[in-house]
Design a protein around this ligand. Structure first.
Ligand SMILES: [Zn+2]
Length: 93
């Protein structure tokens, strides 16, 4: 597999290496790649299982962190248990 990848990057000039995929990933996700870059990126993912998995994990991480941000909505920031603990500590005195 590694051999095939080496040949690919050697004979297809626009072909990205796995390291370059890593560099392009952020821009790809943000939609900042040019049309050609986008195509070569996609082509690499078609041919390289490692990078495909990597991109999938990256997307999941982004999604999870975004979900984490919405969860931290100020209105729901203080958990019930914490309020109870504060109230109990106040009545102790
Ligand atoms: Zn790759």
């Amino acid at each position: 597999m590694l051999m095939i990848k080496r040949l690919m990057t050697k004979y297809i000039p626009a072909m990205l290496t796995c390291e370059e995929i890593d560099d392009f990933l952020y821009d790809f996700h943000e939609g900042q790649l040019s049309y050609t870059e986008h195509l070569t990126f996609k082509l690499h993912l078609r041919l390289c299982k490692e990078c495909k998995d990597y991109v999938r994990k990256y997307k999941n991480t982004i999604r999870m962190s975004q979900a984490g941000f919405t969860k931290a909505d100020p209105a729901e920031k203080v958990p019930e248990e914490l309020i109870e603990v504060i109230l109990k500590s106040r009545t102790k005195k």
